[in-house]
Ligand binder design. Structure first.
Ligand code: FE2
Length: 363
């Protein structure tokens, strides 16, 4: 059995990618996510008690779904999202890892489908009131304005977190924040790549431009993953091997990229969801760099990752609107609505992530 998914390293891989821990014995596989991790770790003939654990999964799943989405128990929601995170990792991890043999196994697809369906059914009613009216959907320019307005809406917590970064966050606070950001930074290129499958030429061109930035314009040391890793090193931060989150909300925000990216039916939602950070990140990154400059006189050198994003974001934001949202919604208003749903889901996820940060910072 593998000790961890990190056991397998790509030859030229510089950073450890976040993955998940594997229970080493069936007695350690207690929760839903632990049981799924255990069942993923090898072929079931080689795994002790795998049959028995497989038989309990339906009950585990029904219990978690009820507690999570009906009773809104945060621990059940954490189990649900940890499990989904692991399932998405199967399609993103090293191809020679034993977990990959389960990628399309009926037992895993069944769990994934139940989790995703219940999750989407839970979320949709929560964003309905934010969605654009028919008039907006039928006027693509108005839909672009809707995206900008939604991206710039700030809750009190959003404002408090940005203000905290600017004026009060300590080095320890920033270390926690950057360790929390790591999983998505390491996987963002993949989230973009999933939005490339069979789309229009103009959409491909715009996403390719984002991906070109992500890979450092072909210069390995300038790729965003490498800039992020170097920033961690420059700030004496150990890159986390697994997500450090002890809360369902950051898991849900991360999972949203892959729930949309791995489900063809959610393709337009993935475009809407990817558009939002291009529109709100610039404000966020300004707050972060202001805080970093307060703590490190050489922040621009140590934290090039954030400065390089500041240079790109304004252009990316307006291009996503003019080259993706606008042309697609002009041709097909229903696709415009799907993109708006994806955008609203992303904003909800961003607000929840800020609530998680506010809690961790004691705000
Ligand atoms: Fe990036």
């Amino acid at each position: 059995m593998i000790r961890t998914l990190l056991h397998y390293q790509l030859k030229h891989q510089i950073v450890d990618v976040p993955a998940f821990s594997i229970p080493q014995a069936p007695t350690e596989a207690i929760t839903l996510s632990q049981r799924v991790a255990y069942l993923l770790s090898d072929n079931h003939e080689s795994l002790l008690l795998s049959d028995r654990i497989l038989r309990t999964l339906d009950v585990d799943l029904a219990t978690a779904l009820d507690a999570g989405f009906r009773q809104e128990d945060p621990l059940a929601l954490l189990e649900i999202h940890k499990t989904l995170y692991q399932i998405y990792e199967v399609s993103l991890c090293h191809p020679l890892s034993p977990v990959c043999q389960h990628e399309h196994s009926p037992w895993l697809l069944n769990i994934r489908r139940q989790l995703e369906t219940a999750w989407m059914n839970y979320e949709l009613p929560r964003i309905l009131h934010q969605l654009p009216h028919d008039h907006t959907i039928n006027h693509p320019e108005s839909l672009s304005v809707w995206f900008i307005d939604q991206a710039h809406k700030e809750s009190e917590t959003d404002r408090a977190v940005l203000n905290f970064f600017k004026t009060q966050a300590t080095i320890e606070n920033f270390k926690l924040f950057l360790r929390s950001e790591a999983p998505l930074c390491f996987r963002f290129f993949d989230a973009l790549a999933l939005a490339q499958l069979y789309s229009s030429e103009i959409v491909k061109a715009e996403i390719t431009s984002n991906m070109w930035d992500e890979c450092g314009h072909g210069i390995e040391q300038n790729s965003h993953i490498n800039l992020f890793t170097r920033m961690l090193k420059a700030l004496n931060i150990e890159p986390p091997k697994f997500p450090i989150w002890n809360d369902w909300r950051p898991y849900a925000g991360y999972n949203l990229y892959f729930c949309f990216g791995f489900n063809r039916q959610h393709y337009f939602r993935s475009l809407g969801s990817l558009a939002m950070p291009e529109l709100f990140d610039s404000n966020r990154n300004h707050a972060i760099t202001t805080g970093l400059e307060r703590l490190y006189p050489d922040a621009a050198l140590r934290c090039k990752y954030f400065y390089s994003h500041l240079e790109d974001e304004d252009e990316h934001g307006s291009n996503w609107l003019s080259r993706i949202i606008l042309p697609i919604s002009k041709i097909q208003p229903e696709a415009g609505m799907e993109m708006a749903i994806g955008g609203a889901f992303r904003m909800e996820a961003m607000r929840r992530y800020n609530e998680f940060l506010a809690l961790r910072f004691g705000l």
